[in-house]
Design a protein around this ligand. Structure first.
Ligand SMILES: Nc1ncnc2c1ncn2[C@@H]1O[C@H](COP(=O)(O)OP(=O)(O)OP(=O)(O)O)[C@@H](O)[C@H]1O
Ligand SMILES: [Mg+2]
Length: 479
């Protein structure tokens, strides 16, 4: 909030005081509202955004102290300055106890008024900052990305979120599974209910049942008082079972029962409770493999897999890199009290050539490191040596990107357009391979016309069974 944009409310029954304060405050560029009574003041506060309020302690009708208490209740972040007559010392103490920000004594001194209001405004700004921070922190990264993979994911989230169906989120480490779970909850009809997160990997096997379902007093050694489980806490909301691959078989059996009957029983308890819980689970483990190995229940997997969502690995959505980097550099700046810095385009190029085994989480950490360690700009030379085409292993997924990135490194900076081309080329190739070079199907998956895809295949020199570019034209199979 620029200082000039602040609005100050003055409440005093003496027109002269109102007039004086208005002149003083307006001379500082602040907007002024005034009221002669507490009732009028409250109506103004309801109707207008006010940044700081100044109340006279003595008002006809409802007095200033009562108004102060009301205001503290209704507008908690509104700093209130009280005005008292010279002989009102006890009232000042009372006002401070009721949460007044500061006080002014009559006769009013211009300088003191200005200093007090200015400092109240600063306090208010701090509060606003904290609040935005708090609102942002848990989800300080709403999902970033407009790549085809992310768009598809968002569409799927929008479809499944309002339903009751259990959702299983699959994806490598750091791909944003938790973020997806939160998004599902936020967009569900249960958004007002709780989002209970249980990290199954962090809770010892023998305790997970009691964590999830609660226990009756003394039901096992170490079980003290009765305990309410997470299923009960999530009643009316969402239960997020993170790292579900780490859950014991015994707990799996109980979770299955809870899902099928919408009922739970506390450990050591007899009575079954009905709970209304939507379960979302996530893992980066191969649950099918675990079923074969006998460590994960097949029936539970089927129950959870009604709607599987796949969090795409970062290397399959490299076109999101610029937006993600931008977000993470900005966030890192905010977190470390630094100014954000511009990026040499070649940095993106270099990042696009890396395999990103740790996915978005790894990218976030790299961005923070880049911001902190670089000079006035983030340059390619600042990128750690282990973030590059030869590092992080190779995959078919970014083979082409690697080729271009490695080639480009020798030529210095690479334009954003080249990065876009490279990402596009890689993605088209991936889709073609997924559809066994059936151009019609691949075009559909890409959401473009078949003729357009033909053009792009030619333009990028794509050919079947070749990743590094081709001189001749593709020999794609036609349906
Ligand atoms: N699409 C995205 N946009 C912005 N930030 C993201 C995105 N995906 C992931 N992140 C960020 O990356 C980090 C890792 O995400 P998250 O914890 O959700 O991953 P995960 O898949 O649960 O990983 P793990 O399997 O290791 O638990 C978080 O800081 C998250 O905010
Ligand atoms: Mg996670």
């Amino acid at each position: 909030m620029p200082p000039g944009a602040a609005t100050i409310l003055v409440v005093d029954d003496e027109p002269n005081i109102r007039k004086t304060l208005r002149m003083v405050l307006e001379s500082e560029g602040w907007a002024v509202l005034d009221a002669g009574t507490a009732e009028e003041a409250e109506a103004l506060l309801q109707a207008e955004p006010v940044n700081v309020a100044i109340f006279d302690i003595k008002l006809p009708g409802t007095d200033g102290l009562t108004l102060l208490s009301r205001a503290r209740e209704l507008w908690r972040d509104l700093p209130v300055i009280v005005i008292s007559g010279h002989a009102d010392a006890p009232e000042i103490g009372d006002a401070m106890k009721r949460g007044a920000y500061g006080f002014l004594q009559k006769p009013l001194e211009r300088e003191r008024v200005i200093v007090t209001v200015r400092s109240a405004l600063e306090w208010r700004q701090l509060k606003d900052g904290e609040r935005t921070q708090a609102a942002r922190e848990p989800r300080f990264d709403d999902m970033v990305g407009q790549s085809p993979a992310m768009r598809r994911l968002r569409e799927e989230i929008a479809k499944v979120a309002p339903t009751r169906a259990p959702v299983l989120i699959l994806g490598e480490s750091g791909t944003g599974k938790e973020l997806i779970a939160e998004e599902l909850h936020r967009r569900s009809k249960r958004a007002a209910g709780r989002f209970e997160k249980v990290n199954c990997a962090a809770i010892p096997g023998e305790l997970i049942e009691s964590e999830l379902f609660g226990h009756e007093k003394g039901s096992f050694s170490g079980a003290g008082a009765r305990r309410v489980g997470r299923f009960e806490l999530a009643d009316g909301g969402t239960l997020f079972l993170d790292e579900i691959g780490d859950m014991s078989l015994a707990a799996q059996a109980k979770v299955l029962r809870a899902l099928e009957n919408a009922e739970i029983t506390r450990v050591g308890g007899e009575k079954a409770f009905t709970v209304d819980v939507r379960v979302i689970a996530a893992t980066n483990q191969d649950l099918d493999g675990m079923v074969r190995a006998g460590t994960f229940r097949e029936d539970l997997l089927h129950r959870l897999k009604v709607v599987p969502l796949h969090a795409p690995p970062l290397r399959e959505r490299l076109s999101d890199l610029p937006a993600l980097v931008d977000r993470f550099v900005t966030l890192a700046a905010r977190r470390n009290d630094l100014r954000s810095k511009p990026l040499e385009p070649a940095v993106l190029e270099r990042l696009a050539g890396y395999r990103w085994p740790g996915n978005v989480r790894e990218l976030r950490n790299v961005c923070e490191r880049l911001l902190i360690m670089s000079g006035d700009r983030i340059r390619v030379a600042d990128v750690p040596a282990d973030i590059g085409p030869r590092a992080g292993g190779t995959t078919a997924g970014n083979g082409a990107a690697m080729g271009v990135a490695a080639g480009a490194a020798g030529h210095g900076e690479v334009a954003l357009k080249d990065l876009r081309d490279l990402v596009e080329r890689d993605y088209i190739l991936k889709k073609l391979e997924e559809h066994d070079w059936n151009v019609t199907q691949a075009a559909q998956a890409l959401g473009i016309e078949r003729t357009n895809l033909h053009k792009k295949i030619k333009q990028h020199g794509l050919a079947r069974g070749r990743r590094g570019g081709a001189e001749d034209e593709g020999q794609e199979t036609e349906p």
